[in-house]
Design a protein around this ligand. Structure first.
Ligand code: SF4
Ligand code: SF4
Length: 199
């Protein structure tokens, strides 16, 4: 039973989520007309609240495998490639100047929407950066508060972490992943709807 739940969770977390993320993210970027999504703030805010709720759920179930990540030291945060997608940025910061599929310059939206949380004096913020990894990874963990991280960061679970989850956690996590995918698809549809909106 636990094997089935874990396999289902793995499929949602990796191939299904990844495919949805790529398609919905690029669709939203292509559907937007200029910066038309900036004129759909109320709807974006509603979607962003949902995104944060689902990411908090994934954070809670992830607590059972934090020791695995501590030992691994953030392998999945490897490479300097920026992780935040267009959808992440417009949901958190509709006026973001970074409107490419993947941000190439500047900071994640968390620095604009909650600078006090990213630059506070807690240990993981003050830790040293890890060369060759995401610029937000420090020797004490990720600097970005969990609900403000890119969606793909919170949706990814490697085999070692999935093995630590109970069947109930897998079911709860699967629902949160499906919720996040719905948020991404809704953002793409909203981009289409926003095309004719004037600021
Ligand atoms: S999710 Fe897996 S790869 Fe990523 S830090 Fe945790 S143990 Fe390492
Ligand atoms: S934002 Fe945080 S969780 Fe995401 S890749 Fe960077 S260090 Fe890892």
């Amino acid at each position: 039973m636990s094997c089935i739940e874990r396999t289902k969770f793995l499929l949602w977390s990796r191939p299904v989520f990844r495919t949805c993320e790529i398609i919905a993210n690029h669709a939203a970027r292509i559907f937007e007309n200029g910066r038309s999504l900036a004129n759909a703030r109320a709807e974006l805010d509603e979607l962003n609240q949902k995104r944060m709720r689902y990411q908090r759920v994934l954070n809670r179930i992830g607590a059972s495998h934090s020791h695995v990540c501590m030992e691994c030291k953030g392998k999945c945060c490897g490479g300097a490639r920026e992780r935040d997608a267009f959808t992440d940025r417009v949901l958190q910061h509709p006026d973001t100047p970074h409107r490419l599929g993947r941000r190439k310059t500047g900071n994640m939206a968390a620095y604009d929407v909650a600078p006090e949380r990213v630059t506070s004096t807690v240990a993981h913020v003050e830790g040293e950066c890890v060369p060759g990894f995401c610029p937000e990874l420090t020797t004490r963990g990720c600097r970005i508060p969990y609900e403000l991280r890119p969606i793909q960061c919170t949706a990814y679970f490697c085999n070692a972490t999935i093995n630590e989850l109970s069947p109930k956690e897998c079911r709860t996590g699967s629902k949160a992943l499906i919720g996040l995918m719905k948020v991404q698809i809704a953002a793409a549809l909203l981009a289409l709807k926003s095309r004719g909106r004037k600021s």
